[in-house]
Design a binder for this molecule. Structure first.
Ligand SMILES: [Zn+2]
Length: 228
């Protein structure tokens, strides 16, 4: 403890959102930011902003988001730190927070496994981590379900394909995923996909197009944040 105290004096921990110095017992975000950050607090997992965004596009049954994302709000700052500033621990932090809220809902008790949206191998090499992994693992641990990162893969692109995709810019071609049927277990009846941020829903849609090839499996979506 003494050592930790000395470390804190040398390198004071600051709030990820407002950069105020953190007090004892505060982790990652100060109490004020944690209070101010816009939480979704939805009451209907079958009818909300995300199910509306994806309505008619994929066979999504339930969805939930922890936070609202807006330009220059506290959520944007957190997601930015997570994705571009090497702050991988934000992922687990948001997963534990979201799980605490989801545990109270009956629908999450039937989830058999959660699948993190895979990122390109090159991006993972550059960033050093998949920013959704910590979040997904925390959810799995707290909701007692399996972590499955073998079910979906990103398609590997050749140079020419990447070039073509840059030209295309349609969103659909850029998000190509492959389903690995060998990673499907016979007990699966309800699977959830986990992602960091839903804006248009194009990435989630591309994943669900693959997952919906599995028959008689209910599909849900859990995300750190949704664009309001
Ligand atoms: Zn703060």
């Amino acid at each position: 403890m003494l050592f930790q105290g000395a470390l804190d004096l040398l390198f004071p921990k600051v709030c990820m959102s407002c950069e105020a110095q953190l007090h004892t017992g505060e982790e990652l975000m100060c109490t004020r930011c944690r209070f101010d950050i816009p939480e979704c607090n939805w009451t209907n997992p079958g009818d909300n902003l995300i199910t509306d965004k994806l309505l008619g596009r994929v066979p999504l049954v339930y969805a939930d988001a922890l936070l609202y994302f807006e330009k220059r709000n506290k959520t944007q700052k957190l997601i930015h730190e997570l994705k571009y500033k090497n702050q991988e621990h934000i992922s687990k932090y948001l997963g534990l927070w979201h799980a605490e809220k989801l545990k109270r809902n009956a629908w999450t008790s039937t989830i058999d496994a959660i699948i993190p949206v895979p990122i390109h191998a090159k991006r993972k090499r550059d960033r050093g981590y998949n920013q959704v992994e910590g979040y997904t693992k925390a959810l799995c641990q707290k909701l007692n379900c399996e972590y499955n990162d073998k079910l979906l893969y990103r398609k590997h692109y050749s140079r020419t394909q990447v070039f073509k995709n840059r030209l295309a810019r349609t969103g659909v071609i850029e998000h190509n995923f492959i389903l690995n049927p060998k990673a499907v277990k016979s007990n699966y009846k309800h699977l959830a996909l986990a992602d960091d941020l839903i804006t248009t829903g194009a990435t989630a849609e591309a994943c669900f197009i693959q997952l919906s090839k599995l028959k008689h499996i209910k599909l849900s979506l859990l995300v750190m944040a949704v664009a309001a």
